[in-house]
Design a protein around this ligand. Structure first.
Ligand code: KE4
Length: 430
């Protein structure tokens, strides 16, 4: 039996001085009925908690750790950058290098601005779209999470869905009245709204593969319809690739589905585990960003050299031939294993996968939207989470999150995970 004594002591202290004891709500594990473990170290696919318990990690810091933790090349790059200082608040060669790598990787991005989080990236892209078009309406999709900027906290996924809160107190109606949220994968609903209001829509923002309601892929043709309709009405199409960028392909979901958005948002992997976000796209649009244009956006630590170094090192590793094929095969093995043990144990699971992102839903029905995802049995998910943790498997503590497979996960660890899943599911469904 594992001990969690130090994690529990730390959590009691944390709750006295940090809201909910955490610096991001979903980490509090409230929806899975247990307190969080405090992590002390991580190497490769493994993390270790304060009590010395080890786990196979499928959270990967919510996506950034595509190489696995503490990758030697990333550590060397950070150490090298540290030798020259930590922050200057001035242009550096490293931010030019990372900007160039993003532009080389994603053809739709002709110019890019670094920020410090995915939230900053999407918030800035929305402001830019409104400034560029002179319009106010934003369309998003139920269950998609684009960070915690006021105008996007409408029918959001991730922690908002996990805590089952409709939006958030403190967000004035005046801010969200220009935000329309539609069902994901519902082309008819989208076309109808564009027919009615398209001329007033500044932008449509979407997770091209939804990872914040669990993992929900776009249905064939759905993204194409978004592209056609936004082009027809002069609205901008924004791909929020904070999670999918450099994850589902080196060129992101837009490469996978051959869609050219007008703006794209990035985060997570582009920082290699350090705080980095970015937004970019058509040069004629990005030219409106200050100081080149009038749309203001700024950040003290934007382009921080240490973070840039980590991002550069990460992208250099994942662009190596065979990297995506490897993590794709590893993730396919894991998804196949989940499906197999679901049948073997009679557990009602739906397993969705795109690349190295996997969603395991506790429902026997297909999951193609947020409404579908919310039909999942959250109590059984919570039991599964707890049992898997006890067996040394660290899953995202929410039905409305995705699992991430890294380049460091081995076949043995996948097979160990599947064995733990089989035992856990038997205990739950017997
Ligand atoms: P951050 O501000 O948390 O860096 O990024 C916001 C964001 C934007 N867009 C997408 C598609 C995202 O997935 C995110 C953040 N993802 C969640 C996990 N699903 C962050 C985890 C957390 O909130 O602690």
């Amino acid at each position: 039996m594992r001990s969690y004594q130090l994690s529990n002591t730390l959590f009691q202290r944390a709750k006295e001085i940090i809201p909910g004891g955490v610096n991001s709500p979903v980490r509090a594990c409230r929806s899975v009925g247990r307190d969080p473990v405090f992590i002390r170290s991580a190497f490769g696919p493994m993390i270790k908690d304060a009590d010395g318990n080890e786990y196979i990690d499928y959270v990967g810091s919510w996506g950034p750790m595509i190489l696995g933790h503490s990758h030697p090349a990333v550590r060397r790059a950070i150490a090298e950058a540290l030798d020259h200082g930590t922050s200057f608040g001035a242009p550096t060669e490293l931010e030019v290098e990372l900007a160039g790598m993003i532009i080389d990787a994603v053809p739709s991005v002709q110019m890019v601005r670094m920020v410090n989080s995915g939230t900053e990236a999407t918030m800035s892209a929305i402001r830019l779209a409104r400034g560029f078009t002179g319009r106010n309406i934003i369309i998003k999709f139920d269950g998609c999470y684009h960070g915690h900027a006021d105008m996007l906290l409408v029918s959001a996924g991730s922690g908002v869905a996990t805590l089952n809160i409709p939006g958030s107190p403190g967000v004035p109606d005046a801010v969200t009245r220009h935000t329309i949220s539609l069902p994901y994968n519902n082309a008819d609903a989208f076309i109808a709204v564009m027919k009615r209001s398209g001329a007033d829509v500044a932008a449509v923002i979407i997770e091209p593969v939804a990872g914040n309601m669990g993992l929900v892929p776009p249905e064939p043709g759905f993204l194409d319809i978004l592209r056609e309709q936004t082009a027809q009405y002069g609205s901008l199409l924004i791909f929020d690739e904070v999670m999918t960028g450099f994850r589902v392909a080196y060129g992101g979901a837009q490469a996978l589905y051959s869609i050219t958005p007008d703006l794209s948002c990035f985060g997570k992997i582009v920082g290699g585990g350090l705080p980095v976000g970015a937004y970019g796209g058509r040069k004629d649009i990005m030219a409106h960003v200050a100081p080149q244009g009038p749309v203001y956006q700024a950040g003290t630590l934007s382009g921080n050299p240490i973070a840039m170094a980590a991002g550069i090192a990460t992208l250099k590793e994942i662009r190596q031939p065979g990297f995506y094929e490897k993590i794709e095969n590893t993730a396919a093995r894991l998804a196949k294993g989940f499906r197999h043990v679901s049948e073997k144990t009679g557990a009602d699971l739906t397993v969705n996968r795109v690349g190295s992102m996997i969603g395991v839903f506790f429902t026997g029905q297909p999951v193609n939207s947020y409404d579908d995802a919310r039909k999942s049995d959250l109590n059984r998910f919570a039991s599964y989470y707890q049992k898997m943790l006890e067996k040394g498997v660290y899953l995202p503590p929410s039905q409305f999150e995705a699992l991430f497979v890294s380049g460091a996960h081995t076949e043995n660890q996948i097979d160990e995970t599947i064995r733990a899943a089989e035992t856990s599911l038997k205990e739950i469904f017997d």
